[in-house]
Design a protein around this ligand. Structure first.
Ligand SMILES: *[C@@H]1O[C@H](CO)[C@@H](O)[C@H](O)[C@H]1NC(C)=O
Ligand SMILES: *[C@@H]1O[C@H](CO)[C@@H](O)[C@H](O)[C@H]1NC(C)=O
Ligand SMILES: *[C@@H]1O[C@H](CO)[C@@H](O)[C@H](O)[C@H]1NC(C)=O
Ligand SMILES: *[C@@H]1O[C@H](CO)[C@@H](O)[C@H](O)[C@H]1NC(C)=O
Length: 713
């Protein structure tokens, strides 16, 4: 097969978010707060947007240093310190579309690629992959950056780029150097070079590699120790879009869902999407229902699930019982058993902290997980903690020999402690086990439904986000404890931050084989080919995993895709916000007239999943319902193909697909169909599915109908 691809196609971006240990203070009086003054699309009229921003600002503010950041490469606006009065005046300015307070977002960490059936020897297009800009960041064998790259290496002190890591920018700090490890880890997960024999002190040993080892990376550092300011996030989007990246992966989010018009990631990614750049974002680590913080339909939102390799740390009691806890513990204690003391009994008088001389050489039992860090600082030998989550389903790197136990196991240690004269325990180094129920969405992964646009299912997909081994910054503490002075090249992290770059890597892989696919086509391919997850293991079902677990090898040949044009998003916003031209202009800087015919209901957006929230009834009634969805698929499989609709069957509902057979005669041909689901509600949520199949491709969409009170139950 002759492979002819457009080699001008270039770059993948990784937004790296890393914490800086420096503190940047602004010489601004306290009455002023940081606001984003958003001005929509770039205005060609003004040759120097920066001086234009100064001029607008000076109409209401008298100090020049109030301006913190000017956005002028991909969209228009600035960030400035303002008093409430100044903020009001600016909001009334004719060129200003909205003013909203800057807020702080949070960072949300090898085996994972093989687990999802994406082996190293997969069919690749190395020429294009290498022109794809996304770490283990050696540039051996890499040529110069692709021609389309318009970015720069402005990493500041102690930061150098190469032909792998081709660009860097930082905002507010001294350097783009990663001192926390989060950015290095996420970047290498997406696009790290292949490293054999990588491990964290022998734990999880194997080959560490990104999805697309020959892609390039560019890093935008937007976080400080206090979080990631929306002013910096918007600046990074402004730069990344102009720099010519192909994909943006952003493992950052708020703790609660925000309206689109004040969510800088929704706004920045809308502009990215306009330029054909797919943005992949972590769902969040809040865990609970309706907490998913990534809600915009133009973003690909990623939940976190387990892989088949788990990491456990055993605790051996002096009486012979062995308990299995969770942690990433690299320490081997010298000896066999050690005295166990109870944290609350060895506290210094008047203080809540542990008394050093009472814990030396001992293992401390702590009612809280956090107690482990205190035990570490007090010089204890080890600690046994009570897991604070409902499920003890994730292991974190610990700075001393430690293990977290479930409530049941913890009580057992408590009773052993109180019934034994000289209680002794041992904590063993971590070992790998097989997770037979993987993939299971973790307790910390934020769940749907989407509280901002209820008829768009979020998260979209799930991917490995638990106990992931990837590259780490040797400048950072592996346990995130400044007194833990270990320096490692690889570490094990967990979070939706870690699942997000897995999907970015998979998307880069698809893009390398289909350079001309739109962001929505790539997203659709990942969603409709995803593994169907086991509902028994995941009680929140689609609200936990969306369409399912990504399957990159299938996603490169999805057969059909659900494409969404930028105009469709705007129509949806018109329908959703019941808004007029000016509201929409305010939010996304687009000039449209939301008149009749330029509106669609969110449920009718051509989304690869189908969801509707049924409102206005009480909790325990049995309610008849009937809902329709209209969708259009584009043939990207075989020119001549016939797809038949298959639907899931249940006594609670019936699904009618019209037409139920789609016959295509050429590539890129589009066919529209209507799905009607009707039945009676008995519970709070109905999980159904539609699958188009031509015998080769299976194009699956979950259908979720839920009641208003899904969160109240
Ligand atoms: C750069 O490296 C030098 C030497 O290791 C160090 O003293 C300095 O603090 C570093 N600067 C930054 C911004 O990390
Ligand atoms: C060890 O002690 C615990 C708590 O008293 C008890 O539940 C357990 O059965 C004991 N194990 C053995 C092997 O005796
Ligand atoms: C929007 O379009 C409608 C129908 O074409 C027209 O009547 C209306 O004046 C337009 N509104 C604006 C604000 O342009
Ligand atoms: C598809 O079918 C049509 C009509 O049968 C035929 O003319 C055409 O060559 C076929 N195309 C391919 C790519 O097989």
């Amino acid at each position: 097969m002759a492979v002819i691809f457009n080699l001008k196609f270039s770059s993948i971006l990784l937004v790296l978010c890393v914490l800086a240990l420096t503190n940047h203070s602004h010489a601004i009086d306290e009455e002023r707060k940081l606001y984003i003054v958003y001005m929509g699309n770039l205005d060609e009229k003004h040759e120097s947007p920066l001086s234009h921003h100064f001029n607008i600002l000076q109409e209401v503010v008298d100090i020049r240093q109030s301006l913190v950041r000017s956005y002028s490469r991909s969209f228009n606006g600035f960030a400035a310190y303002l008093t409430p009065q100044e903020q009001e005046k600016l909001a009334d300015h004719e060129e200003v579309v909205s003013v909203f307070p800057a807020k702080t977002f949070q960072l949300q960490t090898t085996r994972s690629w093989d687990f999802m059936g994406f082996p190293e020897n997969v069919h690749r297009n190395p020429m294009v992959e290498s022109d794809t800009i996304i770490g283990s960041f050696s540039d051996k064998g890499f040529g110069p950056p692709p021609k389309k790259w318009k970015g720069a290496c402005k990493g500041g002190s102690n930061f150098t780029c190469n032909n792998k890591l081709i660009g860097a920018r930082f905002y507010d700090f001294d350097s783009a150097r990663d001192v926390v490890g989060h950015g290095t880890h996420t970047a290498s997960t997406a696009a790290g070079s292949i490293v054999k024999g990588a491990s964290f002190y022998g734990i999880a040993e194997g080959i560490a590699r990104g999805a697309v080892p020959s892609s390039r990376i560019t890093a935008y550092k937007v976080c400080s120790e206090s979080g990631c300011s929306s002013a910096n996030i918007l600046a990074a989007f402004d730069d990344a879009i102009a720099d010519g990246v192909d994909l943006i992966t952003i493992s950052i989010g708020g703790n609660t869902p925000e309206a689109l018009q004040i969510d800088p990631i929704a706004i920045g990614s809308f502009h990215a999407s306009q330029k054909g750049i797919l943005v992949i974002q972590s769902a969040g680590n809040s865990g609970s229902q309706a907490s998913v913080g990534s809600v915009a339909p133009w973003i690909l939102t990623v939940a976190a699930s387990t892989i088949d390799r788990g990491i456990v740390t055993k605790v051996a009691l002096g009486n012979g019982s062995i308990l299995t806890g969770k942690s990433v513990n690299s320490f081997k204690l010298k000896g066999t058993t050690f005295p166990l003391v109870y944290g609350k009994e060895v506290r210094a008088k008047l203080y809540t902290c542990l008394q050093n001389d009472l814990v030396k050489g001992k293992i401390v039992l702590c009612d809280r997980l956090r107690g482990g860090r205190e035990a570490f600082r007090a010089g204890a030998l080890g600690s046994i903690g009570l897991s604070e989550g409902i499920n003890n389903d994730v292991s974190f790197v610990v700075p001393l020999s430690a293990s977290a136990l479930t409530k049941a196991d913890f009580s057992l240690v408590q009773s052993y402690f109180s019934s034994t004269k000289a209680p002794k325990v041992d904590i063993l180094p971590s070992e790998s086990i097989q997770n037979l129920d993987a993939p299971r969405v973790t307790s910390f992964s934020s769940k749907g439904p989407n509280s901002i646009i209820p008829d768009i299912l979020k998260p979209d997909v799930t991917a490995p986000g638990v106990e992931i081994l990837a590259a780490f910054s040797p400048k950072a503490s592996p346990s995130d404890d400044p007194s833990d002075k270990r320096s490692v090249k690889y570490s094990i992290l967990s979070g939706t931050s870690m699942s997000c770059p897995h999907v970015a890597g998979a998307a880069a892989y698809i893009k390398s084989l289909h350079p001309n696919w739109s962001p929505s086509a790539i997203k659709s391919a990942l969603m409709t080919t995803a593994w169907k997850m086991n509902m028994e293991n995941n009680q929140d079902a689609e609200f936990a995993y969306g369409s399912g677990h990504i399957y990159p090898v299938k996603a490169v040949d999805p057969g059909l895709v659900y494409e969404i044009m930028q105009e469709d998003y705007i129509k949806m916003l018109c329908g959703r916000l019941r808004s007029d031209t000016s509201t929409l202009r305010k939010i996304f800087g687009v000039n449209v007239n939301c008149s009749k015919g330029f509106k669609i209901n969110p449920k009718d957006l051509n989304y690869p999943s189908m969801t509707v929230k049924i409102s206005s009834f009480k909790s325990n009634q049995i309610i008849p319902f009937e809902e329709k969805f209209i969708r259009t698929v584009t043939n990207v499989g075989r020119a001549n193909s016939t797809y038949k609709a298959k639907t899931s069957v249940s006594s609670d509902y019936s699904i009618n697909v019209n037409p139920s057979i789609l016959t295509f005669g050429e590539l890129n041909e589009k066919k529209t169909f209507e799905v009607t689901i009707s039945g009676k509600f008995t519970g709070i949520m109905i999980s159904a599915a539609l699958e188009w199949s031509d015998g080769v491709h299976n194009v699956r969409s979950p259908i979720v109908i839920y009641k208003r009170n899904v969160m109240e139950n």
